[in-house]
Structures are given as C-alpha cells and as structure tokens.
Write a protein that binds this ligand. Sequence first.
Ligand SMILES: [Fe+2]
Length: 344
Amino acid sequence: MFEKESSTYTYLLADAVSKEAVLIDPVIEMVERDLALLRELGVNLKYVLDTHVHADHVTASGELRRRTGAKIGVSSAYDLACVDLHLNHGQELNIGNLRIQVLHTPGHTSGCLSYVIGDRIFTGDALLISGCGRTDFQGGSAERLYESIRTKIFTLPEAMMIFPGHDYKGLTHSTVGLERLHNPRLHDNVTREQFVELMGNLNLAYPKKIKEAVPANLACGLPDLFAPMDPQHLEGVPVVTAPEIRPRLGQILFIDVRGDDEFNGELGHIPTARLISLGEGFSERLAKESRDLETVFVCRSGKRSLEAARRAQELGFTRVYSLAGGMVHWNELNLPRVSDLGGS
Ligand SMILES: [Fe+2]
C-alpha cells in the first residue's frame, strides 16, 4: 500500500490458515485504511514491524497496537522504551506458517532492519529500486550501508524479490539480481570508495517532517503516550468504521463518551446518540443501558471510545464496538449529525 505524501510503501502479509498478519512500515495518516483492510481480509494483526526510525513520516505502530493489541518490533539498536520486541540480526518471528527473518542492515540509520519472508525481502530504506537510502543523519554511514547491502542483501538468491520502503517513480519491486546488475549506486562493479564518495556528495535537503517525525517515531508514533503500554489491555475490543455501520444506523445504540461541551460543540453528535461521558460514574450509568442492541461508542477521534468499549465488555456487554475515527471521521463523511452551533 502506498502513502503519497512521503511516497512510503506499507506492506501487509498474512498467513491464510492461521489468519495472523504483519504490517511493515505503516504510516499514521493511513491507519484507517490499514485497519479496514485487516477487517476486510478477516486477519488478526500480530506484529507491526518498522524497518527503522523514519524521518519522513510518523509510524502508525503505536496506534495500531492500541487498536489491535499487535506487538511492535524495531531494531534493538535504538533501544526504544515503547517497543515490545527489540529485534536482532538472525532472529525469527512467525505468523502462522510464514517465517520472518530479521536482517540488521545498518547504514541508512544505525538500526535499519530488512525482513525476509519467503522469496521476498523488505529492505526499508537500506536498498531502494535503483537507489538506496541516504546516509547523512540518524547514525547513517555510507561504509556501513555498502557493507550491509553487499554482505547481507546481495548474497541472497538473485530471484529474491525486493520490496523497498519508498519509491518516488511508481515502481513497486525489483530483484536481487536486477539490483546487482543495474543499481547505479551499488551494482556489482561499484567499489566501496566510489560509493562512499557518491553518498558524501548528494547534498540533499533534510526531509520536511524530520523534526516532528523522528521524536514521534522514537515513541512509536505516540509522543503523548511515551510510557510502554500493556498490549493486552485493549486486545479484543472491536472497532467499526462509519461506512460499515451506515446501512443500519437505526438499529444501533450510540453512546457518546465525550464531555457535555464537546457533545454540543463544533463536531456535533450523532442524532440518536446518548451522552454518557467517560469519567466518574461512567460504569454505573452504562450498566443501566439496554444490552439488546448493538452498541457503538463514539468520541472525538476514536481513543476514548475504545476505553469505553473495553469497560462495557467488563460489564458484560457483548456486542460492543468503538467507532473508528470518532466524530472527526463521521464529519468528514458528511453523515447525519446534530450541532448546537448550527449545521446538521
Ligand atoms: Fe528512512
């Protein structure tokens, strides 16, 4: 899957039998797309793996963990507090019968990983199609990148397919054999000295988002939730999107868990929604609600509603969901709403 602004590729792989899935390099702005695809395919996200701490976009790893209970894997080289799996070279993970082999391929950054799954390698920004990642920040080193690519990627079978972290020309994949022959920076006849000189003279501007993206990514994309989270906490809380429930709006009990002021504020509320603000007395008030209907919790962006849905499950509600993207997404879709500030 592609994110246009940063030209980032995100990959979803799943095992058809066990229905376990892994996402590689998800982007925060595309989190609803990725969750919708997981639902559509009926697969469960087991791992979110970042190839590295990105400088050009914010990872969706923390948000995806919060919403699905998936575990986050990143290189141990960064030693990030927010990460569940501190991955090392040679380590293996499994999703069902699919084996994910971890390769440490530093050089673009100090902690870049590539992941080999079957006959494919996901190279992040170490090796791109006819190119490679820059080496001028985040512990980058042209010498190390040369070494990584030569000894860990170009030694793989020639037919192995390469799926990069970015492409700026619309290309989707290559092979080890093709890159060894045609990569202008790194084909088999380029020496280490030539490569180091070339990389030292690129004179690239810094990525637009670097100041925001790197600190956010050091916290798994959730700088306000830096503390490591209990991944089990929200596991099993189902999320629905507005388009999914649109055909049966009349049959759903909507419970809005925002504050009074937000309920009647700018974003408005769903016409049939009942207001039970998350906070003191929430569980007591919720316990009095009917359990006969499918219940969808709503908030501003879909965070508090997850917590509310989890609390409802504890109270024994069975058909509870959290509305993905909350009233923000609801409004983006121009679905019916009531607002005291005018507009409907
Ligand atoms: Fe990068």
